[in-house]
Ligand binder design. Structure first.
Ligand code: ATP
Ligand code: MG
Ligand code: MG
Ligand code: MG
Length: 470
């Protein structure tokens, strides 16, 4: 009994509908009225106004499958079995309605009865002081005490500055010894891929005044999040999220384009998985109206797209290849996100434009960087000058993170201060030379020619300027 990704998504939403929840569509990846966040990174994020009481929710019980981007996980992508920059988060939410008892019971019911996971492989964790949650797992669900883990603030307390916060309870699944790191103390909570964290239940029951004073909230909330890809990975009993049905088709497409076999060489596999992940992020971000640019969200998009290009080069792929892959992303996900199919032409145009731009200079840039590396080696230097790093950025379209990353792979770094200085100097020079600066190959105006009507109606179209974030 193996459920596909699209099926699991439906099963989750239907299950919570049967528990009185309103199933809402995924919100855009672009936060709405929320300056604290560049991109939506959890199911809870777009629902914040309902949690704070700023807005009245359409129902006190809501369930979603939310598109998420976490660039903070970029270093893990391709290396762990469980991290993507893009993923879908399944969640059930209570706005002052049910609390811990129901939330935990339904988590358990969904995993063991609906999906049919082996209860003996599941391990809950609770916040160290949360005896209430511990009791529920132990008495109500019947999990023996030695299988319930108590973790500290770092893992099991959800808090974001001031405001609503609270303890969490997570569920881990033991995928077996073969996925373990082999360390003698490897157990639930270990960073390796054996005990995979699948579901986080957050009990927002306190208000933090910002000075560490916690008061009980009158209206207690539930906010949960489970990675759809991780759930599928466990249900389908495969090695990693890159082996689940929808993503696997994409990963195999990457292999075909590169003429590479999977699982022959570690570095090759990492590049294959990086491209597989990044093209998902890129496709979904553009479908939400984000355009490549030199700052903010647009920069994140550009960085992911160009990073994918570079890994394509590492695999020996010649020419443009990302649009073809975007088609496979759309085929795999249009079931849950029909807008992908609707905006297909637009998505393809943006990807083509951006990839063409970068392709013009990437090979030159890479060989210049190689030259700089051997020069540094000869000179016994470990740091690339800020000017050179800026030239790669400005002339060859290398996002500075990409340059930094390529250098770090070989033990080098960038003179960051020097880079900032070079960037400032360029900005000064550019003042008054109307419309002539063209950092990183293409500036946003290039995209206005694609379809101004479409781009201007997107909420996500951002006009942030160059200096806010590079
Ligand atoms: P991890 O410790 O494995 O990095 P997390 O504690 O950062 O996960 P949460 O913030 O608790 O994750 O998010 C809730 C759920 O979302 C996780 O339990 C997991 O199933 C899923 N999830 C989180 N980050 C990712 C990611 N980068 N890729 C895929 N799924 C993720
Ligand atoms: Mg994490
Ligand atoms: Mg965690
Ligand atoms: Mg977690």
């Amino acid at each position: 009994q193996k459920y596909g990704v699209n099926e699991l998504r439906k099963m989750f939403l239907t299950f919570f509908e049967s528990k009185g929840h309103l199933a809402m569509k995924s919100f855009s990846l672009v936060p709405h009225n929320d300056k604290s966040l560049l991109l939506i990174n959890s199911g809870m994020a777009p629902l914040k106004p309902y949690f704070t009481g700023q807005e009245i929710p359409p129902r006190t019980r809501v369930t979603t499958c939310q598109k998420c981007i976490r660039t903070g996980d970029i270093e893990n992508v391709g290396k762990t079995a469980r991290h993507g920059t893009f993923f879908e988060m399944l969640g059930n939410f209570s706005f002052g309605d049910y609390f811990k008892k129901e939330a935990i019971a339904w988590t358990w019911e969904f995993l063991t009865e609906v999906v049919g996971l082996d209860p003996d492989r599941l391990y809950p964790s609770v916040y160290v002081d949360d005896d209430e949650a511990w009791e529920i797992w132990n008495k109500q669900i019947g999990i023996p005490e030695e299988r319930i883990f108590r973790f500290g603030k770092e893992d099991n307390f959800w808090e974001h500055g001031s405001g609503p916060c609270g303890p969490c309870s997570e569920v881990y699944y033991d995928r077996g010894e073969k996925y373990g790191c082999g360390k003698p103390d490897c157990t639930v909570g270990c960073d390796c891929d054996r005990y995979m964290e699948i579901w986080n239940n957050v009990f927002t029951q306190f208000d933090n005044d910002g000075h560490g004073n916690y008061t009980e909230l009158e209206q207690k909330n539930i906010d949960t999040g489970m990675g759809l890809e991780r759930l599928a990975c466990i249900v389908q009993d495969v090695d990693s999220m890159f082996d689940i049905d929808t993503i696997r088709a994409l990963r195999e497409h990457v292999c075909r384009l590169a003429g590479k076999e999977y699982e022959k060489d570690y570095a090759t596999d990492v590049s294959i998985r990086v491209i597989t992940d990044h093209i998902r992020s890129v496709t979904f971000m553009i479908s939400d109206g984000i355009m490549p640019s030199n700052s903010g969200r647009g920069y994140v998009l550009r960085r992911l797209l160009r990073r994918a290009c570079r890994h394509g080069r590492l695999l020996g792929i010649k020419g443009e290849f990302l649009v073809e892959l975007a088609q496979t992303v759309i085929d795999g996900s249009k079931d849950g996100y029909p807008e992908l199919e609707e905006k297909k032409d637009f998505i393809f145009k943006v990807i083509t434009k951006e990839e063409e731009q970068f392709n013009k200079t990437i090979d030159q840039g890479l060989s210049i960087l190689e030259g700089l590396e051997s020069q540094m080696e000869k000179e016994g230097s470990k740091v690339l000058s800020g000017e050179e790093a800026f030239r790669l950025y400005d002339t060859y379209g290398f996002p500075v993170d990409l340059t930094r990353e390529i250098l770090e792979e070989k033990g080098f770094s960038i003179d960051e201060e020097g880079f900032e200085k070079a960037a400032k100097a360029q900005k000064e020079r550019a003042k008054g030379t109307f419309g002539e600066t063209n950092y990183m190959g293409a500036d946003v105006t290039v995209y206005e020619s694609i379809d101004p009507a479409v781009t201007s109606t997107f909420v996500g179209y951002d006009h942030l300027t160059y200096d806010s974030e590079i």
